[in-house]
Ligand binder design. Structure first.
Ligand SMILES: CC(C)(COP(=O)(O)OP(=O)(O)OC[C@H]1O[C@@H](n2cnc3c(N)ncnc32)[C@H](O)[C@@H]1OP(=O)(O)O)[C@@H](O)C(=O)NCCC(=O)NCCS
Length: 238
């Protein structure tokens, strides 16, 4: 597929990591091309989505993931398939053999992110900010005490931004770990300086103190976003 016809573009590139932005605006031509790339299992999943927007998000992101993984792994689309860990985190197989590729993706509204890295344990999250929700009410069940305090002290636009910033940071972490929401997000808090607006920091789950992650706020005017990635022993001694 030529670069002209694609619906994704590099968004963050540093060292051995890349995040693509995926354009999820309605586009029948793109959706048809994306659908053609999916395997039978993915098409069955696509069929089970009741809402058009969810179908579009899934097909466009999954096809972008497939094409870019094939490039990186040097395999054909037919040779690539996905397996799923206990809580649904996908991993890539080439001819049925786990490939070791590290990737993660997220979609919200008309935006998607697909992240790749050479390291293990990657989580990315994107949240389009929707004003007018009961942020303190939702926060009381998903945020920890310091996070709730900061949220209740914020007002207006600042509250909306903080709510989604915290949400994307916490979701990137549970996606990096692979547990999804089977681990309640109220059971851990993002590092204090990041609650206050810091853009990056080292994070440790309270129940896994010897397994640190590098956490980054990648939010921008269009959406809140975050990346979490496990730190290797080499990183820790660098
Ligand atoms: C993972 C999860 C947090 C994603 O939430 P979301 O806001 O709906 O979705 P996002 O757009 O940010 O990310 C979706 C992508 O994350 C990936 N993903 C799914 N499960 C994941 C997991 N456990 N860890 C990391 N990534 C995961 C997939 O690639 C998925 O994309 P796809 O649906 O196109 O395949 C949520 O789906 C979840 O908690 N799932 C776990 C469910 C679970 O624990 N079930 C246990 C039953 S016993």
């Amino acid at each position: 597929m030529t670069a002209v016809g694609v619906w994704w573009s590099p968004w963050r590139e540093d060292g051995d990591s890349l995040i693509l932005h995926v354009d999820l605006r309605p586009d029948a031509g793109r959706e048809e091309r994306a659908f053609a790339i999916l395997d039978d299992h993915e098409r069955a999943r696509w069929n089970r989505f009741m809402v058009k927007g969810a179908r579009r998000q899934f097909a466009l992101c999954r096809a972008a993931l497939r094409i870019n993984l094939c490039d990186r792994l040097g395999c054909s689309n037919r040779e690539l398939s996905f397996g799923y860990l206990k809580h649904g985190k996908p991993f890539a197989r080439v001819n049925g053999v786990p490939s070791g590729a590290n990737f993660n993706l997220s979609h919200s509204g008309r935006h998607g992110l697909v992240g790749f890295t050479k390291r293990d344990g990657l989580g990315v999250d994107l949240e389009v900010r929707v004003p007018g929700r009961d942020f303190d009410g939702i926060g009381s069940s998903v945020y920890g005490p310091r996070e709730r305090l900061a949220l209740s002290a914020a007002a207006g636009r600042e509250k909306v931004d903080l709510f989604y910033r915290l949400w994307s940071l916490k979701e990137a972490l549970i996606k990096a770990l692979g547990t999804g929401f089977s681990l309640s997000p109220s059971r851990f808090e993002v590092p204090g300086p990041m609650i206050e607006g810091g853009r990056s920091g080292v994070f440790r789950f309270p129940h896994l103190p010897s397994d640190p992650f590098w956490l980054e706020d990648l939010g921008e005017p269009r959406f809140a976003a975050a990346r979490a990635c496990r730190l290797t022993p080499e990183d820790r001694h660098a």
